[in-house]
Design a protein around this ligand. Structure first.
Ligand code: UD1
Length: 416
């Protein structure tokens, strides 16, 4: 159990570099098994989820090590295509290993993935796409057996731009005979980052960042090097914390276009924001204004992962903010905890109404999930007095040395 201890009311001030992206790292770690090769990755965050992916790689027989931000993988020694339930249940994105293993071995055996409990989170789109590429898939009591001695390219239409399904198809398609075209693909920056890695591996991939991704032949390289992009959700979280504490923070080493929807709302709430190609300076005078309507949507829309932290930043904003959560049906688990700090939030189904209150007061909270936990940190930083957050380790799945990063910006926060 991790215990976050926050004494709220301090303005965040200073400059910080944003960590590498968790959601870009995980599919790339899975992709490293597609062909026998050695991979060097830079700027990989040290996180529980990254560690879980490295353990899966070792279980599969690969060499996989992380030293600070550098990960090296040697997948030539891969000796298994089975991932046991104990490793699968640690995170949702373990399912991306399915496409990668089928590409390398012609089969994969795994179980339904774990991860944050944000709703049903089915994997029907992943399975249907792999079937269209010629895979035979049998599901038996939570176990999945996927067999595809020869994958063939296909025209796949995704009815919803699922990030994970797009990634799984891209990985499997690297070993398919003929071209694969994904229509209705997810357009997230992490998809473009995966394309960059696959190109470095020798795959012909184009279109990432648009809704049509095309994957052609793979001429495998033996050595692959790649730098992980910065984490736009961590950047959003720090920006939200600076905004609601009356802070003045410069985020460095990031691409502001990748979280421009979040910055736009913070600007509307009254923050002064100056962006360059690689940095953002955010200055806030203190109390924010409510922003009206926020709707989560697939990229380039407002990201569901930033919804809880923006909600936390707006708890004291003057007026009413209404959020519609369109991606996950159970993404308001942080709300009862935020109300314990004195927030006034009413939820009906997918809608949450936040009525700005004059002040928040610290108390003891329990982290419910990764981004919900981060929202509690943001709220605790702007509350009067002490906030304690009991956390089973959700927050460290996605935030690297978050206590130290926030302390360097002047926050009174510790992690025990
Ligand atoms: C990824 C991100 C997660 C983010 C989410 C949406 C990673 C490791 N995780 O998750 O942080 O919140 O994108 O931006 O990158 N769906 C189906 N069937 C499927 C697949 C998805 O119905 O086969 C639905 C889901 O239930 C959900 C929606 O599609 O309602 C979006 O899911 P998806 O884009 O697949 O999210 P993940 O890849 O799981």
């Amino acid at each position: 159990m991790e215990l976050w201890h926050i004494r709220g009311g301090k303005r965040l001030e200073g400059a910080c570099f944003v960590q590498g992206s968790k959601n870009a790292s995980l599919p790339i770690l899975a992709a490293s098994v597609i062909c026998p090769a050695s991979t060097q990755l830079l700027n990989v965050p040290q996180l529980r989820d990254v560690d879980a992916a490295l353990r899966i790689l070792r279980h599969l027989g690969c060499r996989a090590e992380q030293r600070d931000g550098e990960v090296s993988i040697d997948s030539r020694s891969l000796s298994s295509c089975n991932i046991p339930h104990s490793l699968m249940e640690e995170m949702r994105s373990s399912v991306i290993f399915m496409g990668a293993l089928v590409a390398r071995c012609g089969e994969a055996r795994l179980s339904l993935p774990g991860g944050c409990q944000l709703g049903r989170r089915p994997i029907d789109l992943h399975l249907s796409a792999l079937r269209q590429m010629g895979a035979e898939i049998r599901e038996d009591g939570g176990e999945i057996f996927c067999s595809a001695p020869e994958l063939k390219g296909a025209e796949i239409v995704l009815p919803f731009p699922s990030v994970g399904a797009t990634e799984n198809i891209m990985l499997a398609a690297c070993a398919a005979k003929g071209e694969t075209v994904i229509h209705g693909a997810a357009r997230e920056p992490e998809i473009a980052a995966l394309q960059d890695y696959l190109r470095a591996m020798g795959a012909e991939v184009r279109g990432a960042g648009t809704d049509t991704v095309v994957i052609g032949a793979l001429r495998p390289e033996k050595q692959i090097a790649c730098r992980i992009i910065p984490d736009r959700i961590v950047a959003s979280t720090i920006a939200c914390a600076a905004a609601c504490t009356g802070g003045n923070v410069e985020l460095r080493g990031i691409d502001p276009r990748q979280f421009s929807t979040v910055l736009r709302f913070l600007k509307q709430a009254g923050c002064d924001i100056i962006s360059t190609d690689r940095s953002v300076r955010l200055r806030s005078e203190g109390r924010l204004k409510a922003v009206g309507e926020i709707s989560t949507a697939p990229y380039p829309g407002f990201p569901t992962d930033a919804q809880p932290v923006l909600m936390a930043a707006l708890l004291k904003a003057r007026g009413l903010t209404r959020i519609t959560e369109n991606i996950f049906e159970n993404r308001y688990r942080q709300v009862p905890e935020l109300c314990r700090l004195g927030a006034d939030i009413v939820t009906h189904g997918r809608i949450a109404e936040i009525w700005g209150v004059d002040s928040l007061h610290g108390t003891a909270l329990t982290a419910t999930d990764l981004r919900g936990g981060a929202a509690m940190i943001v709220a605790g930083l702007s509350a009067q007095g002490e906030t304690l957050i009991c956390d089973e380790g959700h927050i460290s799945r996605g935030y690297e040395r978050f206590d130290a990063r926030l302390r360097a910006l002047g926050a009174d926060i510790s992690l025990a």
